[in-house]
Design a protein around this ligand. Structure first.
Ligand code: AMP
Length: 288
């Protein structure tokens, strides 16, 4: 596996790969890799000729009081993990390399962003669509792989790609979890032992919420989930929402996919998780 830190070198390699007819798979990440990231690589390796992983902690998607400086980083460890998962190229630009100066055009993600993390982290998805526009242009992937764990990101990125006719297929990969159900996340290292023991309650309450939707209203489900999390963890609930997916609109019809999503702030780590599902015929009594 080769590491590339320069935009121009990455561009010329991509150009060469494309002209020789190779199918490029792309896995954009912020590093501090875990099995979730590596599953995306494994799938890309299966489906594409060449897999490019990027590691870039993108300052544009962090708010002023968020954890950009504290975000965990370990490029040597990441290099070894990406290589062992089968990535062919690791694109690892510095902030100066990717943003030599302020971007001349400001992107604003309008759709699917006024709920969930988009509502709680103003500007976050503007930063996400900006960096992905840059990365997609540099890497020129045929397919780009994203985790369902960041379900709103997938919905927003699909909007970007469809709206701007980017010639890339977005592939969604199921959330990889620890044995006790906690979604794998780079931020899990910042949980204290006590918080780590409590954290599986988040996924447990999502599963219970999904089951309860057959017999209770969305508001009742949200309030029961909130009580469960408040009683069994020391985290502070940022949001629990039930919406249509991927539109992320209030559930005013009873067909299609739904998402139950939550964010919980622990002392040094904000965790997010979700379940996306299509209710069975007999569960169609979902009401507001
Ligand atoms: P991040 O480095 O957190 O920006 O994540 C990079 C990519 O990995 C995103 O598409 C995430 O959705 C995906 N990802 C992160 N955690 C997981 C997980 N536990 N399971 C599957 N994909 C994940």
């Amino acid at each position: 596996m080769k590491m590339i830190t320069s935009v121009s070198q990455m561009q010329s390699i991509s150009k060469e790969l494309k002209s020789s007819g190779k199918k490029i798979g792309f896995v954009p990440t912020m590093g501090y890799l875990h099995e979730g990231h590596l599953t995306l690589v494994t799938q890309s390796v299966k489906e594409c000729d060449v897999t490019v992983m990027s590691i870039f902690v993108n300052p544009l998607q962090f708010g002023p009081n968020e954890d950009f400086d504290q975000y965990p980083r370990d490029i040597d460890r990441d290099f070894a993990l990406a290589k062992s998962a089968g990535a062919d190229l690791l694109f690892y630009p510095s902030v100066k390399e990717l943003y030599p100066e302020e971007l001349p055009v400001k992107m604003t993600a309008l759709k699917r962003t006024n709920v969930l993390c988009g509502a709680k982290r103003p500007g976050h998805f503007d930063g996400v669509v900006s960096v992905l526009t840059l990365l997609f242009h540099i890497v020129q992937p045929d397919r780009a792989y994203f985790g369902q764990k960041d379900a709103q990101q997938v919905a927003v990125v699909k909007g970007l790609v469809e709206g701007y006719f980017f010639p890339v297929q977005i592939v969604t990969v199921e959330t990889v979890r620890e044995e006790d159900g906690l979604a794998k996340s780079s931020r899990n290292v910042y949980l204290t032992d006590k918080e780590r023991n409590e954290a599986p309650v988040l996924y447990q309450s999502l599963i219970k919420g999904k089951e309860m939707l057959g017999t209770k209203t969305a508001d009742q489900v949200i309030s029961l989930m909130a009580s469960n999390i408040q009683e069994n963890t020391s985290g502070k609930i940022d949001y629990i929402e039930i919406l249509s997916y991927p539109e992320l609109l209030p559930i005013n019809n009873k067909t299609g996919q739904f998402i139950i999503a939550l964010a919980v702030q622990f002392e040094h780590a904000r965790l997010i998780d979700n379940v996306v599902f299509t209710p069975e015929e007999e569960e169609l009594c979902i009401v507001q």
